[in-house]
Design a protein around this ligand. Structure first.
Ligand SMILES: [Zn+2]
Length: 470
């Protein structure tokens, strides 16, 4: 008692002298860390996420935005959130143009007739009901195509053969994906009749990789397709013989009308500050070639399972845990953009967000753009994640794709960085199927998301979310 009396004036002075910054430091109460450790350890014993992604891939399968599979996925997600014990389940509409692939095929006509394994890029036009026959012109890179004079390709097909390199963090994708996204518009400006690219993927299986492309405003539109890695090699071997190589492409791809899908949201309601949310999630749509297991059934399953684990506790978190299964990520973050617009007035109530959209590999890093004042709380989360083999990393990384529109408006992000060494072997191919997921690795990811979300929701203070004018 006496000691306290003696100390009291000193504490008062210290408090007065303390800069405002320090007073705002965000921390997480020790009791919350203890609960997070329990969540983490429980997650390592459970296969909830595996059961969820098995259910999605088996009962729904492909769910290309705007197709019947999309509608079934939304109904599936609503039912699943309810079955998992979330306090509130709702949907928010998301409207976009519908792109359909239809039939497609390719072959070499000369000098050595052979079939080619190819697939249309998402958003591409088709070949207007007739085969498109033309000679190919090879470019090693998109920049090499950019460098040739306008109209110089004279109806031939531009073929870009850049190979995607394999890295744990997946950065090879970012280095090569420009050919897929912008290649067709650049090729059209050079006078090409179509674009063929080597698949933006790292496997030598004979599967082509699809993925989104876009046409430049006002430019000529030409069909765009990807050949598998072995087929790209085959074309290069033919070209090496210094004879013209002519190919035939048939594609029915087309954009047909509009569709309204839904972002599906499951919430574990906060006990003290229910309108403040920690957002986790993944995207519900997929490409149409596989069953969307790693992209992004895994992300939906991991974050649903993490939320469900928290919902199974006898107590509710202080703030709400919001799990969002975003609509139509693949064709341009459309569900995410519409979510960010709808919730633009409540950026400050979005305390922090983390999306799982990089497959099902183990998490090795915790990263965030949280400012100095909130970093102690991130460090506390890092300490609970450390036994999972997760290291705290500052100054690197970025948000999951569906968080980009929210982060642009001022939300703080966290990233649970996953090992993506084999992610681009399967991503966007017919080979993106359930067998590519390791159930034990999936448990580790649920453990990390559950501990992260719980601790963030219990924080004393915020993570620096600050609305930005757009
Ligand atoms: Zn994805």
């Amino acid at each position: 008692m006496r000691l306290a009396i003696l100390l009291a004036p000193a504490l008062l002075l210290a408090a007065l002298a303390c800069p405002a910054e320090e007073a705002k430091t965000t921390t997480i109460p020790p009791a919350a860390a203890a609960v997070a450790e329990t969540l983490r350890d429980r997650a390592l014993q459970q296969d909830t996420a595996w059961d969820i992604v098995e259910s999605l891939t088996t009962e729904v399968g492909q769910r290309l935005a705007g197709t019947e599979g999309d509608a079934r996925a939304v109904a599936w997600a609503v039912a699943k959130f309810r079955a998992l014990g979330f306090d509130e389940v709702r949907t928010e509409p998301v409207t976009f143009p519908v792109w359909l692939r239809g039939e497609e095929s390719g072959e070499v006509l000369s000098p050595f007739p052979q079939p080619l394994v190819l697939t249309a890029l998402g958003g591409s036009i088709g070949t207007e009901g007739a085969p498109l026959d033309a000679e190919i012109v090879h470019f090693e890179t998109l920049d090499a195509l950019r460098a040739v004079p306008d109209d110089s390709l004279d109806g031939r097909i531009a073929f870009i053969s850049t190979r995607t390199q394999r890295y744990r963090d997946g950065r090879g994708y970012g280095l090569s994906v420009g050919s897929r996204v912008d290649g067709a518009s650049i090729a059209a400006a050079k006078g090409a009749s179509a674009l063929l690219i080597r698949s933006i993927g790292t496997s030598n299986d004979r599967f082509p990789h699809t993925g989104n492309m876009r046409y430049a405003e006002g430019g000529r539109r030409i069909p765009a397709a990807a050949v598998s890695n072995p087929d790209a090699d085959l074309l290069l071997n033919m070209l090496r013989r210094e004879q013209p190589v002519t190919v035939r492409i048939r594609m029915q791809a087309a954009t047909v009308g509009e569709y309204t899908s839904q972002n599906v949201i499951g919430e574990v309601r906060g006990s003290e500050l229910p309108d403040e949310v920690v957002l986790i999630g993944g995207h519900l749509d997929s490409w149409d070639l596989g069953t969307g297991a790693i992209d992004d059934g895994a992300g939906v399953a991991i974050t649903m399972a993490a939320g469900a684990l928290i919902a199974s506790l006898p107590e509710r978190p202080r703030r709400s845990i919001r799990v969002v299964a975003f609509a139509n990520e693949e064709q341009g973050l459309i569900g995410a953009r519409q979510y960010a617009e709808r919730h633009a007035a409540s950026i400050r109530q979005h305390l922090i967000g983390a999306e799982s959209d990089f497959g099902a590999g183990r998490i090795y890093g915790l990263r965030s753009n949280a400012p100095d004042q909130a970093w102690p709380a991130i460090e506390q989360i890092g300490a609970v994640l450390a036994p999972l083999g997760i290291e705290l990393e500052r100054g690197v990384g970025g948000p999951g794709p569906d968080l980009i529109p929210l982060v642009a408006r001022g939300m703080t992000w966290a990233q649970l960085a996953q090992d993506g060494t084999d992610y681009f072997d399967y991503h966007h191919t017919p080979n993106d199927t359930l067998d590519k997921i390791d159930p034990i690795a999936l448990r580790q990811q649920v453990a990390a998301y559950a501990a992260f979300a719980w601790m963030a929701a219990q924080a004393e203070g915020d993570f620096g979310a600050e609305p930005k004018g757009l």
